[in-house]
Design a protein around this ligand. Structure first.
Ligand code: HEM
Length: 147
């Protein structure tokens, strides 16, 4: 049952992304890379916008992992409605966050958009956490019914 580990890895990567996002903001590097989706140097990083580049790279990885977890929440054996709801909401929020990230750049860090980006990130974390907890509970229940 690998689904619970997929959910856990997604959660840990998401946490690191939010941590880097907070650093990006507090260090005033939010607009160091003014273009989207790629920075002026293309897919390769550059010292001037390394933090921003890392935030985007990890956002892409997080998006893939959270969407994979959302799909898994429907397919996993014994899947219940609550894990499907939290998994799907997390998937929708992850994709929305990536689009919001583009708007954050496009509006040159408009305070309201940055606040929404932060708030949606917290909601996303809550959904990913619940999905992980449900996934571990589901795995335990499946083992118990086998015994
Ligand atoms: C799942 C995807 C994402 C999550 C969960 C996420 C989360 C966060 C968080 C928590 C912050 C800190 C905000 C604050 O402290 O108020 C942040 C900052 C930021 N994020 Fe994201 N982010 C994601 C994707 C992206 C993408 C794709 C971009 C751009 C292409 C982006 C651009 C930014 C920028 C520029 C800041 C700094 C804002 C500032 O300096 O005021 N984010 N992000």
């Amino acid at each position: 049952m690998y689904f619970k580990y997929l959910a856990l890895v997604s959660l840990v990567i998401l946490y690191s992304l939010m941590f880097i996002g907070g650093y990006l903001q507090a260090s005033g590097q939010g607009l160091s890379c003014p273009e989207w989706p790629l920075c002026p140097s293309g897919i390769l990083p550059s010292a001037e916008y390394l933090t921003e580049w890392i935030h985007r790279l990890i956002a892409a990885a997080t998006g893939v992992l959270i969407v994979a977890t959302a799909v898994g929440s429907w397919k996993v054996k014994g899947s219940e409605m609550k894990i499907r709801i939290t998994g799907t909401l997390a998937g929708i929020l992850a994709v929305s966050q990536i689009m919001l990230g583009a708007i954050v750049i496009d509006t040159k860090l408009h305070a309201v958009i940055v606040a929404i980006h932060n708030g949606a990130g917290i909601l996303l974390f809550a959904m990913a956490l619940l999905t992980t907890l449900f996934a571990f509970r589901l795995a335990r229940a499946t083992i118990q019914t086998k015994v």
